[in-house]
Write a protein that binds this ligand. Structure first.
Ligand code: XMP
Length: 326
């Protein structure tokens, strides 16, 4: 029967049998899918799995710590954190075009991850070929979308990762490829992952890099992180986390407006709140958040975040507006 417990048991047995004495690696993104996939594989093979988390410096407040502390504490997983923020920010310097930002972030991510992979393989020394598996949090909808079939034939697809010795191939382990999102969350719960990870709202891979309209700099990231943390805190306090799909906070870094704060004139930046309701992110509607909640978020952000003197609300559905601004 198709209970969450039996899915876990079946996958654990299958992964153990397949991996044997070899090793696997997994890129953790902070999202639900990679976290649950890693936890499941870790349950099966323990220390033979190494997770790699690339900190690109574009995460929201507390997110890297959540992976470093809560995820490790609840799974006992062996984790390697690569602090690559200098590198990402360097590559993003002067860039304002959204597509260019995405390309750069994607490219740097792959480079950093491959470097970590190569290091792991090198550390394994002569037995380097034993690092034979790459774990991915592919879900059933991803499989269907990419035109792949289901069943055993696809589970063994090979994946040649560039930047490594040519003859080194990784076999994919995709333990979630028959599951939908809600089933993945149940598996995560079964594996003892914390609520905050299991019920995490979607967050884009390029992170805050595509929520700063204009050039991405460390200072601007700090401003946005502070405003975003307040919005998230108030949404959580209002008990609305499960009612909304997500609520990006966007910094209009190249826009300034005049304000009056404390005892003087200011010339600061606006932030945009983008709360949306959605089933699958293909379409979305702007969430009708309670006015008193919006007022609290606005007051707190303008009081607590220097450089932000205006809070605006995005009331555009998707289409025509996308959920993210870039
Ligand atoms: P849009 O802005 O296209 O976003 O309406 C739809 C959903 O996808 C997320 N999103 C991304 N997720 N990498 C991701 O992993 C990306 O580059 C990316 N861009 C958008 C967005 O947060 C929303 O949930």
């Amino acid at each position: 029967d198709w209970t969450t417990g039996s899915i876990v048991e079946e996958q654990v047995a299958e992964i153990r049998a397949r991996v044997g004495g070899r090793r696997a690696i997994c890129a953790l993104s902070g999202g639900v899918d990679s976290a649950v996939a890693a936890a499941l594989v870790n349950r099966a093979i323990g220390d033979q799995l190494t997770c790699v988390y690339v900190d690109h410096g574009l995460m929201r407040r507390g997110e890297t710590e959540q992976v470093e502390k809560d995820f490790v504490a609840s799974t006992g997983v062996r984790l390697r954190v690569v602090d690559a923020s200098e590198r990402f920010l360097g590559a993003l310097a002067g860039v304002t075009d959204p597509e260019e930002k995405r390309k750069i972030i994607g490219r740097e991510f792959i480079r950093v991850f491959e470097q970590a992979q190569a290091e792991l393989v090198a550390e394994a020394g002569a037995a380097g070929e034993d690092v034979a598996f790459l774990v991915q949090g592919t879900l059933y909808p991803d499989v269907v979308e990419s035109g792949g079939g289901t069943g055993a034939a696809n589970i063994k697809s090979h994946h040649n990762v560039g930047g490594l010795p040519e003859d080194l191939e990784f076999e994919l382990i995709e333990p979630l490829r028959r599951l939908f999102k809600d089933e993945v969350r149940m598996v995560g719960q079964e594996l003892g992952l914390p609520e905050e990870i299991v019920h995490r709202q979607p967050f884009p891979g390029p992170g805050l890099g595509i929520r700063i309209i204009g050039e991405v700099t460390r200072e601007r990231l700090d401003v946005l992180r502070a405003a975003d943390a307040i919005a998230r805190e108030e949404l959580t306090a209002a008990g609305l986390d499960r009612d909304i799909w997500q609520c990006p906070v966007v910094l209009l870094a190249d826009v300034r407006s005049v304000g009056v704060q404390g005892d003087g004139r200011t010339y600061g930046h606006p932030v945009v709140l983008r709360p949306v309701s959605s089933e699958d992110a293909m379409t979305a509607d702007w969430s009708r958040l309670p006015y008193d909640l919006l007022a609290r978020i606005s007051t707190r952000i303008t009081n607590e975040v220097r450089d932000v003197n205006r809070v605006t609300l995005d009331i555009t559905s998707k289409p025509p507006g996308t959920i993210e601004w870039e």
